[in-house]
Design a protein around this ligand. Structure first.
Ligand code: GDP
Ligand code: MG
Length: 423
C-alpha cells in the first residue's frame, strides 16, 4: 500500500499528527519535498516532538524513514534534530534512517541569502521561514547545487563547491554588498555536519523498490499544503517545492510507482503562515480567540499564524489538486466554546459569487461570503464515536463533507495520538 499524507490547505493541518497515528500500519515513512521549514508536531506516549526534517515515522519503532530525492537538507539542522531526538530517547541510526544520494544540500549561504533577500524586500517580503529554502531550490534548478551523494568524495566535492562559490560570491558581494564566503568555512561545516551522515546516504530508489516488491506499506509525508505548492499554490506566496501527492513517489525516489491513495489533512478552520491572499481571514478579537484556542503559532518559527473560518473554495480546490481519496479533519476540538462557527462558503469576485478557487488578481480581489453554523460548548477530546459528538458538530462535519465532495474518514479531536474518531 502506497499512501501519501498531504495538506489540503496552507500547511499546519496536522500532517505529523496523522502520520504518527497511521504509521502503525506502515513499514516505511518518506519525506519527499521541502526541508527544515517544516514543523510537524507529534504528541504521543513518548512525549511531545517537533520534527522539521525527519519523517514523523521515526517516533514509531520498527519503521524505516527516508529523506527523499526531492528534499533540501540543512545538515547542521539535521544533526541537531537527530541529537535532540536521541536525547529524548528516540533511536535514529543508519538502520532506521536512509538519506537519498540525490537530495540537495542546503548550505549556510542559502540561509544567509534568504535573510538578505527578505530584508531587502522590506514590506514586500514573502514571509519566508528564512531557512534558505527558496535559494537552495533556485540553485538546484539552475544546476548549481550539491547533493548528498557528493559527500562521499570530498576531493571532487571541494572542486564542485569552488566553482559554485566563485559564482555565489559575485551575487553576495554585487547584489547585497556582503563579504565573500570562504571555501574553508564551508568545508569545515561539511566536516562537522556532513561527514557523520555518510553511513545514512544511499540510493533511496533502490531501497524503496525493494520495499515495494517486498509488499511493504509506505507513507509519503508531505510538508505544507496544496495552496503552497510551487505550481498550483498561491504563487508567489508558495513554497519552492511540490507539495502535491502527485510528486510523492518522484520526490521519494520511485517515480515509476503509483500511489494507492492520498489522505488529505484538512483543518476544521483555517490558518496561514506568511504573506499573500488569505480570503477567509478573521481579524480582531474573534481572530485572536481562535488563534489562542488553536495555539496557532508556527512550530518552525514561533510566528503567530493568521487564522480564519473554514474556507470552502480553497479547501475544495485543495482536495482536487491533491487527488484526495479521503480526508482527515483535524483540530475540531478547538472550536469548543467559541460560539457560532463562521464558514467562508464562497467568494465574491467583482460582484460575482463563486466557489471556484481563482488565481492571480481575481484571488486578490476576492471577498469572503460567510455563513455561520451552530457552535458547541462540549469538550469533545474524549469522544471516540460519532454518536458522542454534539448534534451541531455532526451537522458541521456533514456540511463540510458535502461541500468538499470527499469522505471525511478520520476526525481528530485532540493533539494526542488516541484523540480521534474513525468513521
Ligand atoms: P503539520 O505541519 O501539518 O504537521 O501541523 P503542525 O504540527 O504544524 O500543526 C498542527 C498542531 O495542531 C500541532 O501542534 C498538533 O499537535 C496540533 N493538533 C493536531 N491535531 C489536533 C487536534 O485534533 N486537536 C488539537 N487541539 N490539536 C491538534
Ligand atoms: Mg507545521
Amino acid at each position: 500500500m502506497l499512501t501519501a499524507v498531504v495538506g489540503i490547505n496552507w500547511g499546519d493541518e496536522g500532517k505529523g499528527r496523522m502520520v504518527d497515528l497511521l504509521s502503525e500500519h506502515y513499514d516505511v515513512i518518506c519525506r519527499y519535498q521541502g526541508g527544515n521549514n517544516a514543523g510537524h508536531t507529534v504528541v504521543n506516549d513518548r512525549g511531545k516532538f517537533i520534527l522539521n526534517i525527519l519523517p514523523s515515522g521515526v517516533l514509531r519503532d520498527g519503521t524505516v524513514n527516508v529523506l527523499g530525492t526531492g528534499m533540501v537538507l540543512d545538515l547542521e539542522h539535521l544533526m541537531h534534530e537527530m541529537g535532540s531526538l536521541q536525547a529524548q530517547g528516540v533511536e535514529v541510526s543508519a538502520s532506521n534512517l536512509k538519506i537519498s544520494n540525490r537530495a540537495t544540500i542546503c548550505f549556510p549561504y542559502h540561509k544567509m541569502q534568504d535573510v538578505l533577500e527578505e530584508d531587502r524586500l522590506k514590506d514586500n517580503k514573502y514571509g519566508s521561514t528564512r531557512r534558505g529554502i527558496a535559494p537552495v531550490y533556485a540553485d538546484k534548478y539552475i544546476k548549481k547545487g550539491l547533493r548528498m551523494g557528493d559527500l562521499l568524495n570530498l576531493t571532487t566535492f571541494r572542486e564542485k563547491l569552488k566553482h559554485i562559490l566563485d559564482w555565489k560570491n559575485l551575487i553576495l558581494r554585487g547584489v547585497y554588498g556582503e563579504t565573500e564566503i570562504d571555501i574553508e568555512d564551508i568545508m569545515a561545516w561539511i566536516t562537522e555536519f556532513g561527514a557523520p551522515l555518510k553511513s545514512f546516504i544511499c540510493d533511496t530508489g533502490e531501497y524503496l523498490e525493494q520495499a515495494v516488491s517486498g509488499g511493504k506499506n509506505i507513507i509519503f509525508e508531505a510538508q505544507l499544503g496544496a495552496l503552497r505548492d510551487i505550481d498550483y499554490g498561491i504563487y508567489p506566496f508558495t513554497t519552492s517545492s511540490q507539495t502535491l501527492s502527485s510528486y510523492a513517489t518522484t520526490g521519494a525516489g520511485i517515480p515509476w510507482a503509483k500511489l494507492d491513495n492520498a489522505v488529505g489533512i484538512v483543518k476544521a478552520y483555517s490558518s496561514c503562515v506568511g504573506e499573500g491572499p488569505f480570503v477567509c481571514e478573521m481579524f480582531g478579537i474573534e481572530g485572536e480567540r481562535l488563534r489562542e484556542a488553536g495555539s496557532e503559532y508556527g512550530a518552525a518559527t514561533g510566528r503567530p499564524r493568521r487564522v480564519g473560518g473554514f474556507d470552502v473554495p480553497a479547501s475544495k480546490y485543495g482536495v482536487k489538486v491533491q487527488g484526495a481519496s479521503y480526508l482527515a479533519l483535524t483540530k475540531l476540538d478547538v472550536l469548543t466554546g467559541l460560539g457560532d462557527i463562521p464558514v467562508c462558503v464562497a467568494y465574491e469576485i467583482n460582484g460575482k459569487r463563486t466557489t471556484e478557487f481563482p488565481i492571480g488578481d481575481d484571488l486578490t480581489a476576492a471577498k469572503p461570503i460567510f455563513e455561520t453554523f451552530e457552535g458547541f460548548n462540549k469538550e469533545i477530546s474524549n469522544c471516540r464515536k460519532m454518536e458522542d459528538l454534539p448534534k451541531s458538530v455532526r451537522k458541521y462535519i456533514d456540511y463540510l463533507e458535502n461541500a468538499l465532495e470527499c469522505e471525511i474518514k478520520y476526525i481528530s479531536v485532540g493533539e494526542r495520538r488516541g484523540d480521534y474518531i474513525e468513521r
